[in-house]
Design a protein around this ligand. Structure first.
Ligand code: FES
Length: 127
């Protein structure tokens, strides 16, 4: 098995949760604000987060395209201090909430990997 040279995790694609998996209630999310979710058993976990902005919610794999590090150092903290962008805690890259594209930082022009999510009857689920 191959291991990533920087974070040491196995070089395998983790399995995303199936469509319809319940994540949380929409009204539990701060606006704007985020929440992280982990599926599976270490080291083969699928780590994702959602960010609410107004009436919309967006999902991404918790894996910075710069260095493949998790974006947050603290639980559920994915936004910059203005709460206008997703921010990586490691080197400060900032990403557009709506599409995950990197607007500033060492991976400018790259993007977060989306995880399709939707809201059904007030509950955020994997789409
Ligand atoms: S690991 Fe995210 S900006 Fe470097």
């Amino acid at each position: 098995m191959e291991y990533h040279p920087q974070h040491g995790r196995p070089e395998i694609e983790p399995t995303p949760p199936p469509a319809g998996t319940v994540l949380c209630r929409f009204d539990e999310l701060r606006d704007p604000g985020g929440r992280e979710f982990t599926f599976g058993t270490p080291p083969y976990t699928f780590d994702m987060f959602v960010v609410r902005k107004g009436a919309s919610v967006f999902g991404y794999i918790n894996d910075c395209p710069h260095n493949r590090a998790p974006l947050n150092w603290q639980a559920d903290q994915f936004l910059d201090y203005t709460r206008q962008h997703i921010q990586c805690a490691t080197h400060g890259a900032q990403f557009r909430i709506e599409d995950g594209s990197c607007l500033w930082g060492p991976c400018k022009g790259d993007a977060l990997t989306p995880v399709p999510v939707t809201v059904r009857e007030g509950v955020v689920i994997v789409a």
